[in-house]
Design a protein around this ligand. Structure first.
Ligand SMILES: [Zn+2]
Length: 277
C-alpha cells in the first residue's frame, strides 16, 4: 500500500510518533511508501532522510501556508528543485479554516494576526499576488509535480483545476473534498473526477468529521470512480497508527459494497503513480 497523506512529529501540534517511528510502522505493515505532510514547513529534507534510511518511497512537499510565505514561488521552486513532489494549496491558513474554526498556527500565539489565504474567485489578487500565483502554477507544471487543493473552498478548487488544465498539470488531487473544508457537494466531485481530477478520501474523516458516516464516504468513493485515492491523514495522537488507519478505511468502504479490487488500487497503485515519476 501507499499512503499519500500522513502527519508526523516534529510539528506544532502533538503527533502520534516522530518521522522514524511512523516510517518504521509503514515498513512493518508492508507499505511501499508514503507522502509526509506538514502544514507549516517543507517536508522535503525529512522525507529524503527517511527514504534513504528505510528504502521506502518517502515523498515530501510543501503546504502554501503563512509559514511558507503563502502562495510563494520562491518556496515552491526550492521545494521542487530539491526533490519535493507535492504542493498543497493553503490548508491551516486558508480562509475556510478560519471560518470553520479549525486549528490555525496563530492559535498558538495571539500576537500573530489572523490573516488568511485565498485564490480566485474568492480573492481577486493584486498584480504581484497574481503573478506569484501564476508562477507557482507554472513551476508545478514544469516539474510535473502534484497539485493538491488543500483546504480552499469548492469554487477555488474548481478555479485551480481549470488553471491546472490550461497548463497541462495532470497530477491534480482534490484534498479530502468531502471533509468540512472544503465541503464540496458529491455532484461537483463527480464532475471534476470525470474531467480528470483525483479525489482523496481520508481515514481521518471517519473519526473526526462531525456528521460523516461510512455510507456518505462510500457515496463520495462512487462519485470519484477510477480517480479515487484513499489516504490516512493520520498522525493525530487520538487516531490509530497511520497504516492501520488506512487499512481500516479500506475495510469500511468494502463493507459499504465498494469493489475490493478498486479500493486496493486506490490505496496503492493509483496514489503511487500520482506522486512518483
Ligand atoms: Zn492532513
Amino acid at each position: 500500500m501507499f499512503d499519500v497523506h500522513v502527519h508526523a512529529a516534529p510539528d506544532v501540534l502533538g503527533r502520534i510518533g516522530f518521522d522514524a517511528e511512523i516510517c518504521a510502522s509503514y515498513a512493518a505493515a508492508g507499505f511501499s511508501g508514503f507522502v509526509l505532510k506538514a502544514h507549516h514547513e517543507s517536508t522535503v529534507g525529512r522525507a529524503s532522510l527517511l527514504a534513504r534510511s528505510s528504502g521506502l518511497d518517502v515523498v515530501g512537499g510543501l503546504a502554501l501556508n503563512r509559514g511558507a510565505g503563502g502562495v510563494n514561488p520562491a518556496a515552491v521552486l526550492s521545494t521542487l528543485a530539491s526533490g519535493g513532489r507535492v504542493i498543497w494549496f493553503p490548508t491551516a491558513d486558508a480562509h475556510t479554516q478560519e471560518t470553520a474554526q479549525l486549528p490555525r498556527l496563530n492559535d498558538l500565539d495571539p500576537r500573530l494576526d489572523r490573516a488568511t489565504l485565498a485564490v480566485p474567485p474568492v480573492l481577486i489578487p493584486d498584480k504581484r499576488a497574481s503573478s506569484d500565483l501564476s508562477l507557482v502554477l507554472d513551476l508545478i507544471a514544469e516539474h510535473d509535480a502534484v497539485l493538491c487543493t488543500g483546504h480552499l473552498s469548492g469554487p477555488e478548487c474548481r478555479w485551480l483545476f481549470e488553471q491546472a488544465q490550461q497548463r497541462g498539470i495532470t497530477r491534480f488531487l482534490l484534498t479530502h473534498p468531502s471533509y468540512t473544508v472544503p465541503g464540496i457537494p458529491v455532484a461537483d466531485i463527480a464532475e471534476l473526477a470525470d474531467r480528470g481530477a483525483f479525489v482523496e478520501i481520508t481515514a481521518y474523516q471517519l473519526w473526526h468529521q462531525p456528521g460523516m458516516t461510512a455510507a456518505r464516504l462510500a457515496e463520495v468513493a462512487r462519485a470519484a470512480g477510477d480517480k479515487l485515492i484513499l489516504a490516512s491523514d493520520a498522525g493525530q495522537p487520538e487516531s490509530p497508527q497511520p497504516p492501520a488507519a488506512l487499512q481500516e478505511l479500506v475495510s469500511v468502504l468494502a463493507r459499504e459494497g465498494l469493489d475490493p479490487g478498486r479500493l486496493a488500487a486506490a490505496a496503492d497503485d493509483i496514489p503511487r503513480k500520482l506522486v512518483l515519476s
